[in-house]
Write a protein that binds this ligand. Structure first.
Ligand code: NAI
Ligand code: MG
Length: 331
């Protein structure tokens, strides 16, 4: 039995969290839960978006299932996600994009996992004004951060029976920064002879992703390219709505849906909990509960394929709770 920390978030956060927890319980996931209200409502109550006890719980459990949080605008707030990534050194941002029967797209055979470096590259946010007409931005690539994200991608490939890892870069132009990232990739690839490896330049990758997405498997790439490519892969499978993610470091792991708090439908009980549920499946896989994760995935696939209990975002009429119960019935 493992204890996990759960942030219920705001907007649709509490509704989809409740549905996901019910499904986890029905699947007999060996988890116990420490729940925390975080986000705007918590801020109004206690003056902090994330209460100290919530941080303390995560520091103890080291596993966080996080539902979306509204980022208050105009109060000088730093994005909560950026805060969590920095504070807990969650260096690998991992997004699996897999085609789904419920969401027909021109690309039915997509199954791509992007490993985005999460801590450096151009996103260190160091910019200088040289003069009125010239500004500079700094891109930082370090051996340490490159090695750990590349190794994480290969380890994932091994543990998830993937065939190939592709390094995406622009080393033909950025010879030192991306060049070092690519050199490190080639060295680490030698340690994994059972996994095929290759590299592609980022612009060509964009074309390949749209023309032949079925040829891509695991991608590992610096921060900026990873940000852009993972949205592109979301688009291939029909948008952000069915996209889970995990952010992992050496000591901590955080799992969340890619979508936001959807204030427009909050409280209406029509939110789709699938992306958060799949994020919970990634958590189960991360702690070795692969069988229970597979059972849940199969139940979800069946419900989506039958199209009888789809939420409105997927063209159906089901409430969050009806969808939840359909998944539980399959379990
Ligand atoms: P959003 O993803 O919340 O919503 C975009 C559209 O997708 C809306 O029409 C919404 O109803 C729909 N949608 C999203 N998730 C859905 C679901 N599970 N089921 C059915 N429909 C769904 O993006 P938006 O509106 O740009 O952001 C709203 C708030 O969420 C903002 O405050 C933003 O800062 C925050 N946000 C938080 C994130 C996080 O905590 N990880 C990530 C992205 C945004
Ligand atoms: Mg982005």
């Amino acid at each position: 039995m493992k204890t996990i920390t759960v942030f219920k978030g705001d907007g649709i956060g509490p509704e989809i969290t409740d549905a996901v927890i019910e499904i986890l319980k029905a699947a007999k996931a060996p988890l116990s839960y420490e729940f925390f209200n975080v986000g705007a409502a918590e801020y109004e109550r206690n003056g902090a978006l994330i209460p100290d006890e919530a941080f303390q719980s995560f520091e103890k459990t080291r596993l966080l299932l996080k539902s979306p949080i509204t980022t208050p605008i105009g109060k000088g707030f730093r994005s909560l996600n950026v805060t969590l990534r920095k504070k807990y050194d969650l260096y690998a941002n991992i997004r699996p994009a897999k085609s789904n029967a419920a969401v027909p797209t021109p690309f039915p055979n997509v199954d791509i996992v992007t490993f985005r470096e999460n801590t450096e590259g151009l996103y260190v946010g160091v910019e200088y004004k040289i003069n009125e007409d010239t500004v500079h931005a700094i891109k930082i690539i370090t051996r340490k951060a490159s090695e750990r994200i590349i190794r994480a991608a290969f380890e994932y490939a091994v543990s998830h029976n993937r065939k190939k890892v592709t390094c995406v870069h622009k080393a033909n132009i950025l010879k030192m920064t991306d060049g070092m990232f690519l050199d490190i990739f080639k060295a680490i690839a030698k340690e994994y002879p059972q996994i095929e490896s290759d590299d592609k330049i980022v612009d060509n990758t964009c074309m390949q992703l749209v023309m032949h997405p079925e040829t891509m498997d695991v991608i590992v790439t610096p921060n900026l390219y990873g940000d852009i490519l993972s949205d592109l892969t979301s688009g291939l499978i029909g948008g952000l709505g069915l996209m889970p993610s995990m952010n992992i470091g050496d000591d901590y792991a955080m799992f969340e849906a890619v979508h936001g708090s959807a204030p427009d439908i909050a409280g209406k009980h029509i939110a789709n909990p699938t992306a958060l549920l799949w994020s919970a499946c990634m958590l189960l896989e991360y702690i070795g509960e692969t069988k229970i994760a597979a059972n849940i995935r199969k139940a979800v696939d069946n419900v989506l394929a039958e199209k009888q209990h789809l939420t409105p975002d997927l063209g159906g009429k089901a409430t969050t709770e009806e969808y939840r119960d359909a998944v539980i019935a399959k379990l």
